[in-house]
Structure formats: C-alpha cells, structure tokens
Design a protein around this ligand. Structure first.
Ligand code: ZN
Length: 263
C-alpha cells in the first residue's frame, strides 16, 4: 500500500542514501575508529576473562623482579573496589601474588568489623607477568600495592574524589593531610592505620609480612598520632624514613605497601 504522507515516504527513501553518503565520505575515519575499537577489545579481553588458579611465584624484589602465575584481584568486594577500569582492563595492572590476593580479601573482611561503613579503594598493583609498570619504580614482583587514602569531612567518609581514576594520583594534600583544592576534606589517618593493621594480620596468616610502607614523610607525624598509628609503631611495621623528593611528592594521595614472602 502506498504511503498517504509524501514527506514520510520521501524521508524513508532518502535516509539510506544519506547513511551511504556519510559512510563513503568518512570511510577512512570510520575504518580507523573500528580498528582502534577492535584493538581496545583485543587488549582488554585477556583481562576481562582471566581466571586464577594454582600458586604464584614472585621472583626478585619489588624494584627488580617478575611474577609467575599471577592472580587478578577482585574488582569489587563488599567494602573495596579497584579505582580505575582503564588500569584494570586496559593496562592490566590489577595482578598480584596469590598469597597477596588472599591477604587482601582477609584484610577487607577484618575491616568490615574495624572500619564499618568505610569503602576502600585499591590502586595499582602489578602486571600479569610482573616487570615494569608505567609510572612506578617498583610493583614488579606482584608483592606491592598502592592504596588510596580514605578521606573525611566532619568525621564522615567523603568519596567524591575517589572516583577520579588514574587522575587521583595527581591530587595534592598539605602537610596536615588536607586536600589542597578543598581544605574541608582531609585524610582519614585512623582508617589508614586500621587498614594496615588488618593487612599485617592477614599477611601473617597467608605466609607474608609487610616489609615497607611508603607515606609522604610530612604526613607521618599526623599518622603516628592516631591510636592505630601507635599500634603500628608498637608492631614495628617499617615506614620509609627518607625518600627522593619526586617519590615523596607522589605518596600523599595513596600509601604504598610492599610485602615479602615469609621464610
Ligand atoms: Zn606504589
């Protein structure tokens, strides 16, 4: 049956011609876009469908090492999540030693009790095979993790700035732990301490020890004033005492933790 409305019929016949014209004119751009998307999918697929099994072996040190049979950390648990899909799926930096994988899970379940209502964010870990990770000097043997500093405003967790993904590494805090771009927000040092205590407990259970924590030097006095900071001092957990300026500058928005396999 013929259309009663000539405008509709005109548009309907013209539409495929318009698409064809557009495709023809932009063929090169569309091909490049398609290849880029395909490349993106090819790079991400192994990190989307990775499955953990067996036991990992870490070779060498965090500064010069590699990782065999890596475990991919869970993107999300009840009270934690990875900070960037780009880092996890595209760059493939969400891998650790299997012992550290269990340590992480155990530590967050302890935090459900010790830090109720706090959502933690895990930042970069290691590459699937270890070795060099972009922007990091260490993280090379699956036994180093960066943890995002939890933030508070008037005693309550504030998560707005936690959603910045890789840009979070660029946030700056003053020597009292206040966010430079919004001084009402500050680092929750007590929660960091409770988390490190949970990591220490869980590490021992899984055959690891916390070998080093890196936190910006001028934030350490605020940290060690807290009750959990004092407990960490009592336990003798080692915090870096001196750092090259550029390394020190980077460790205000996150704390870096190195682990070692217990002998
Ligand atoms: Zn680090």
């Amino acid at each position: 049956m013929r259309s009663e409305n000539p405008t509709v019929s005109y548009c309907q016949t013209l539409w495929p011609i318009k698409v064809q014209y557009y495709m023809k004119r932009n063929r090169i751009k569309i091909t490049i876009l398609f290849i880029a998307l395909l490349g993106l999918v090819i790079v991400c697929v192994p990190n989307i469908f990775y499955s953990n099994s067996g036991v990992s072996i870490s070779h060498g040190t965090p500064g010069n090492g590699s990782l065999e049979n890596a475990y991919q950390i869970k993107y999300k648990t009840k009270n934690s999540r990875y900070f960037s899909p780009m880092s996890y799926y595209l760059l493939g930096n969400g891998y650790v030693n299997s012992r550290l994988y269990s340590t992480l899970l155990d530590s967050y379940s302890e935090c459900e009790r010790t830090c109720p209502k706090i959502d933690f964010r895990i930042m970069e870990c290691s590459d699937k095979k270890g070795g060099k990770v972009l922007i990091h000097r260490t993280h090379r043997n699956g036994l180093s993790i960066d943890f995002m500093v939890p933030k508070i405003k008037n005693g309550k967790q504030k998560k707005f700035y936690d959603r910045l993904g890789l840009w979070h590494y660029l946030l700056q805090f003053d020597s009292n732990g206040r966010l430079k771009m919004n001084k009402k927000i500050s680092i929750d040092f007590e929660t960091i301490g409770r988390h490190i205590i949970a990591l220490d407990n869980a590490a021992r259970k899984n055959g690891l020890v916390v070998s080093k924590v890196i936190l910006k030097i001028d934030l350490k006095d605020d940290f060690f004033k807290t009750p959990s900071g004092k407990e960490i001092k009592r336990r003798g957990i080692y915090f870096a005492r001196q750092l090259p300026k550029n390394v020190d500058m980077m460790h205000d928005d996150h704390y870096h933790v190195d682990f070692k396999v217990m002998n």
